[in-house]
Design a protein around this ligand. Structure first.
Ligand SMILES: Cc1cc2nc3c(=O)[nH]c(=O)nc-3n(C[C@H](O)[C@H](O)[C@H](O)COP(=O)(O)OP(=O)(O)OC[C@H]3O[C@@H](n4cnc5c(N)ncnc54)[C@H](O)[C@@H]3O)c2cc1C
Length: 442
């Protein structure tokens, strides 16, 4: 028995009772995530996903990290078959149609993967390249790109950053100009996760000469289109099993019907998409942070110096208690943002705080824990050093800490030059919650 209407799926399934409870609570519009606490249904989803991770992913992580790439199609197929790639996506396209609290529960479980690279790659698929598609895409693009991504048949990537535009998304240079019923794409994208394995890209490009916030569109671009060239894999300090590349577009022709939603609304759609990316980042961090503390407790308990265990030094156990407290604070903030997001509230400030706090905290936790491992912490043999390298990215990718601070300042009314709200027309079938959510950002 399964939690979606998509037909029978294999091993990693939720018990019948949970399926019924989920469906009933959805029908009755009961809040399944009250007061920031997971209910039985969230926990069962997490236990099912953790089981899959323990058997199908974690045994191979060290090998994939060593090889510098993990087999995304193989892993996505397993996750897709079990329903984990479409938790919040419409049932019509194979998703489970659950609220966002279930996605955050799944992110937390994904954090039990023994590296940062694979959760990031999965997050690209579920929370970076597909939210706008699911929300604004036509039936055609949803059938072509969303459904196979939810099923795990397709791997996707997100093309926003460019060599000259990272933090300042409005300044991207890649263009997509109309040619009859087609769009011709020229330009380049930088730092693209999943680049070598992706079947399609959710691309942000300029489709007109209008002002920077109204001249952009999101487009589904098949990665086997003639004119797409991948530069060599970027040699990173962490996230080793995730492939990252620069991509060039030379007169790449795609049908204009591959546009996601309305032409010219891409910047706004991307800003909305960033909210899920940033909330996902916070959820994905919680377990690795806890793992660092747990592993450090275990190591320092058994390691002796000056006639006692390292852990028995007050400085060490107090520090670990302090870090654990900070992790709980991040969890509480993440749950609060999730609960409000689920209800369609404007969570931009809270989500930016989650991302900022997560980025800051992961640096603090991994650095402090690594210190207590002594020389061992400086080797590649221990999980703490892997997370130290991998998670450093959180303060940079998906909006650097300073960008999050700017957003928070804007919401606090202390950022100079406040921008004006923009108008956008949402598709007629947009739900009440989605409309409410969009209204805060547009
Ligand atoms: C491993 C990896 C994977 C990635 N995956 C993807 C992907 O799949 N798709 C994608 O589109 N992008 C991806 N990115 C890109 C990522 O989102 C950008 O690196 C990030 O947005 C920062 O842009 P930038 O590197 O151009 O830094 P810049 O914009 O050059 O900024 C450099 C630094 O300047 C500071 N800064 C920036 N703005 C301000 C400000 N307003 N005030 C004060 N200081 C400021 C910050 O400290 C920032 O880190 C990835 C990056 C990495 C490293």
């Amino acid at each position: 028995m399964l939690i979606s209407s998509r037909g029978l799926r294999t091993v990693y399934i939720l018990p019948t009772n949970s399926v019924r409870l989920l469906r009933d609570s959805r029908r009755a519009n009961i809040l399944c995530f009250k007061g920031g606490a997971y209910l039985l249904e969230h926990r069962e989803l997490q236990s099912s996903l953790t089981k899959l991770i323990d058997t199908e992913i974690n045994p191979y992580v060290d090998q994939w990290e060593e090889e510098g790439q993990y087999p995304a199609h193989e892993v996505f197929k397993k996750l897709g078959q079990a329903g984990f790639l479409g938790i919040t996506k419409p049932e019509k396209y194979g998703g489970l149609g659950l609220d966002y609290s279930f996605a955050v529960a799944a992110h937390e479980a994904l954090g039990s993967i023994n590296c940062g690279a694979i959760p990031m790659s999965v997050g690209v698929q579920t929370d970076m390249s597909t939210p706008a598609l699911a929300r604004f895409g036509s039936h055609y693009v949803k059938e072509q790109f969303l459904a196979p991504s939810i099923a795990g048949d397709y791997v996707s990537c997100l093309g926003v950053s460019e060599p000259g535009s990272g933090s300042d998304v409005a300044t991207i240079q890649t263009t997509a100009r109309r040619d009859g019923d087609d769009l011709i794409i020229n330009g380049q994208k930088m730092w693209i996760t999943n680049a070598f394995q992706a079947d399609w890209m959710c691309l942000l490009a300029n489709t007109s000469q209008a002002a920077p916030h109204i001249n952009k569109s999101l487009i589904c671009v098949p990665m086997d289109s003639p004119g797409i060239h991948l530069a060599k894999r970027i040699n990173k300090i962490g996230m080793l099993s995730s492939d990252t590349a620069q991509i060039f577009f030379e007169d790449v022709r795609v049908p204009a019907k591959n546009l996601i939603g309305e032409e010219g609304k891409g910047f706004t759609y991307q800003m909305m998409q960033f909210q899920e990316e940033r909330l996902a980042a916070a959820g994905l961090l919680l377990r690795p942070l806890e793992k660092c503390v747990e592993a450090t407790i275990e190591y320092t308990k058994n390691r002796q110096a000056f006639g006692k265990s390292i852990l028995d030094n007050q400085y060490v156990h107090y520090r670990l208690a302090e870090l654990q407290t900070e992790i709980e604070a991040l969890r509480a903030l993440t749950y609060r943002a999730t609960e409000l997001y689920k209800e369609g509230e404007d969570v931009t400030k809270l989500v930016s705080m989650c991302k900022l706090k997560g980025g800051r905290l992961v640096r603090e936790v991994t650095d402090s824990c690594l210190q207590f491992w002594g020389g061992m912490g400086f080797t590649k043999e221990v999980i703490v050093s892997r997370f130290y390298r991998d998670m450093r990215l959180v303060s940079i990718g998906g909006g650097a800490d300073e960008v999050m601070l700017s957003i928070i300042c804007k919401y606090m009314g202390i950022l100079p030059k406040l921008g004006k709200k923009k108008q956008v027309v949402l598709p007629t079938e947009t739900s009440e919650v989605e409309t409410k959510r969009a209204s805060h950002l547009l």
